[in-house]
Design a protein around this ligand. Structure first.
Ligand code: GLN
Length: 551
């Protein structure tokens, strides 16, 4: 029997983080897919947290939730979107997760009396996890991103794992280092030295990179390619110029211009199987994304923007991408403006600023900071008929706003904000009470995919074109069933409910009352893909376009 193809590509970082290792990993996956291979992608994060769920988004960016409920790094979202697939918890690991399972196995005598050591047992555990993920995905090639940069203590064991795998399977393992080439203003010349040092640091772990993905402001010239080749032990063709691009979706195409797909396949002793249909579709999407000119202006009102003196929208990455796809599908460019919720609090909040927008979105969130500002914004959007889309907390707050200002429950709130209030419109789920009391906060929310049933004639049902859906969740609180009847009597429609009718999944106003006022308890952004924009995002964008035209 012919041996099944199983190839491993490790993507590591050099010099600084944040220069596109995740996009490189996704793009390498994409181009190998385009050559006809079954590809999966994995992320190894060096931190000790078992998952990303317990971290503040300003600390670590968005928490991306997988179908199976795993709370992971935002790069997992990039892989899913680029590869057009859904990944599982097997595709994600952290130092904490790996150690936890080794310790649990040790406690269960799984090592049969052996002395359990950091090396080799931790690398063996990582290799087992990689192979398990490949088996589960039925993949021929796995692209594995190692978090952090080379030279850090944190990821050293993961590099050791990669080295061990290479020694055992020399033709099946390949390394790419994504490194940064700065052009200091005072010098005016692109510098290769930091990358040379990064490659040397990688060499000191026993690993020689096969490819250098050279990230820089502008394209690399031949001179720099040759220099890097000479000092880093690679051929000039193995230095891939990766200048800044307008859109991350240009990256796979740029890699292909450099024939990176063919070069990788050759190194792995594989042959191209011809261009796949999915690649043609992808190229169509990229073309369309560039030809879209007119803007649809969306205000995103949230609170996880500020880190020190910088404003980072990373916490809402999937929402940004989902809005982009839906806008592109309508031939438009999504122009997103970040508004901090707290600026809409206090005596005279600048709410009239909102009138200029075609749509307003309030994303997910936690805690009470900024809540009153969001409620003011939601009320304004409802009363001024500005298309409104609330996601998770944005849905819960829309229901609270309705209870306060339409039903007249002035103290309506969520238990998360004020547990002493008489009108807890949003309350804790039974099963969650115990978690909270025991301080069991990690991985214990309502997480991952759950089904919902949609009501006839609703915006949601029309958008999806079907009456049963499955969407990803991440929340502890729910619409309190005690108030559902009163809210519905006053015109709020719960158009999506759990199959047993107990949990409210979507709240909306009929189009006779408002052009688009809708909130989802789930996170539709995690299911949006470039080639299949999410129907609710598209419905929201369509309503925003209509408003834009009328202005
Ligand atoms: N804080 C809310 C809850 O836990 C909403 C969570 C969210 O927006 N992801 O239910």
């Amino acid at each position: 029997m012919k041996k099944k193809t199983r190839k491993y590509i490790f993507v590591v970082g050099g010099v600084i983080s944040g220069v596109g290792k995740g996009i490189t990993t996704s793009s390498i996956g994409k181009i190998l897919q385009s050559h006809g291979y079954k590809v999966t992608a994995m992320k190894i994060d060096p931190y000790v947290n078992v998952d990303a769920g317990t971290m503040n988004p300003t600390e670590h960016g968005e928490v991306f939730v997988l179908k199976d409920g795993d709370e992971t790094d935002q790069d997992m979202g990039n892989y899913e979107r680029f590869l057009g697939t859904s990944l599982s918890r097997d595709n994600y690991m952290t130092t904490g997760r790996v150690y936890l399972s080794v310790i649990e196995k040790e406690r269960a005598l799984a090592y049969k009396g052996k002395c359990v050591q950091v090396v080799p047992h931790i690398p063996y555990e990582v290799i087992d996890r990689i192979n398990h993920a490949v088996d589960k995905a039925g993949a021929e090639i796995v692209v594995i991103e190692v978090g952090g940069t080379v030279g850090e203590y944190e990821n050293i064991l993961f590099l050791e794992t990669a080295r061990m795998l290479k020694i055992k399977n020399p033709d099946d393992v390949l390394f790419a280092i994504v490194s940064y080439l700065p052009t200091p203003n005072t010098v005016g010349e692109m510098k290769t030295k930091p990358t040379q040092h990064a490659v040397r640091a990688l060499n000191s772990t026993g690993i020689q990179p096969d490819f250098i993905i050279a990230r820089s402001n502008t394209a690399l010239d031949e001179k720099r390619k040759e220099k890097l080749a000479l000092f880093c032990n690679v051929t000039p063709e193995s230095v891939i110029s990766a200048p800044d691009v307008e859109s991350i979706y240009d990256v796979p195409g740029n890699f292909e211009k450099d024939k990176l797909g063919d070069k990788i396949l050759k190194r792995l002793k594989l042959k191209s199987r011809g261009t796949s249909e999915a690649w043609r579709e992808w190229e169509g999407f990229v073309r369309k994304s560039h030809s879209a000119k007119d803007e649809v202006r969306i205000a995103v009102v949230g609170k996880y923007f500020d880190t020190g003196d910088y404003v980072l929208a990373d916490s809402y990455l999937s929402i940004i991408e989902a809005l982009k796809y839906s806008a592109i599908s309508q031939g438009k460019k999504a122009k997103l403006v970040w508004l901090s919720a707290t600026t809409f609090e206090g005596k005279n909040p600048p709410l009239s600023e909102l009138i200029g927008f075609d749509g307003i979105l309030v994303p997910g969130g936690f805690g009470s900071r900024g809540v009153e500002g969001k409620l003011n914004v939601i009320r304004y959007a409802r009363e001024h008929k500005i298309p409104y889309f609330g996601i998770c907390y944005g849905m819960q707050l829309a229901v609270i706003e309705y209870a306060r200002n339409v039903l007249g429950y002035k103290d309506a709130t969520s238990r998360e904000i004020d547990p002493k209030s008489k009108h807890l419109i949003i309350d804790i789920m039974e099963g969650q009470k115990e978690n909270m009391e025991k301080g069991n906060m990690g991985g214990s929310m309502r997480l991952g995919a759950y089904p919902a049933v949609l009501g006839k004639g609703s915006i949601a049902r029309t958008a999806y074109g079907e009456d049963k859906i499955v969407e990803r969740h991440r929340h502890r609180f729910e619409v309190n069933p005690e108030y559902v009847e009163a809210l519905e009597e006053k015109g709020l429609v719960f158009s999506g409910k759990s199959p047993d009718g107990k949990l409210m999944e979507i709240a909306e106003l009929p189009t006779s009352a408002h052009p688009f006022f809708l909130g989802t308890q789930f996170h539709p952004e995690f299911e949006a893909r470039p080639l299949s924009p999410h129907p609710i995002f598209t419905a929201f964008i369509k309503a925003a376009i209509v408003r834009g035209k009328g202005k």
